[in-house]
Design a protein around this ligand. Structure first.
Ligand code: I3S
Length: 127
């Protein structure tokens, strides 16, 4: 049955290195702390782990997640300009008032994440 479970497991929809900071926690503003994190989208779950470098490739499989968020009932869009001086910033708002900023200097990468997050949010909207 473990083989069956493994073959039934969907691969990650998306993963990659992103800059991330929490800006609000349970409705309260928190101090920004931009960190480069390995980000993995799986169904309605988004996980951030401290990335580790192995030669020229990045991976985060070994470390335990810094943050796991439930995307059900969340919303995502380009962040309003007043949120950050950085370019290509997404604002991700979770139910229960946690808000994150997600950023990369690579615009098309951020565009791909926007699409992937929107798809994940709408796919799990009725759960
Ligand atoms: O929105 P803020 O407060 O201007 O965010 C900046 C600060 O968090 C700053 O750190 P200090 O808390 O030491 O001031 C960060 O270094 C900046 O990166 C933050 O602004 P950006 O515009 O990069 O999101």
């Amino acid at each position: 049955s473990s083989i069956l479970m493994e073959t039934n497991e969907k691969p990650s929809e998306k993963c990659g290195l992103l800059n991330m900071t929490k800006i609000t926690e349970n409705g309260k503003k928190v101090r920004k702390n931009w960190t480069s994190l390995w980000s993995v989208l799986n169904g309605s779950t988004l996980q951030f782990t401290k990335s580790q470098t192995g030669g020229s490739s990045w991976f985060g499989g070994q470390s335990k997640p810094e943050l796991t968020v439930d995307l059900r009932g969340a919303s995502v869009d380009w962040a309003p300009k007043d949120r950050s001086s950085k370019k290509h910033v997404l604002e991700l708002k979770m139910r229960h008032g946690t808000e994150l900023l997600i950023q990369s200097d690579n615009e098309s990468l951020v565009q791909e994440w926007l699409r992937a997050l929107q798809d994940a949010i709408s796919a799990h909207a009725w759960e």
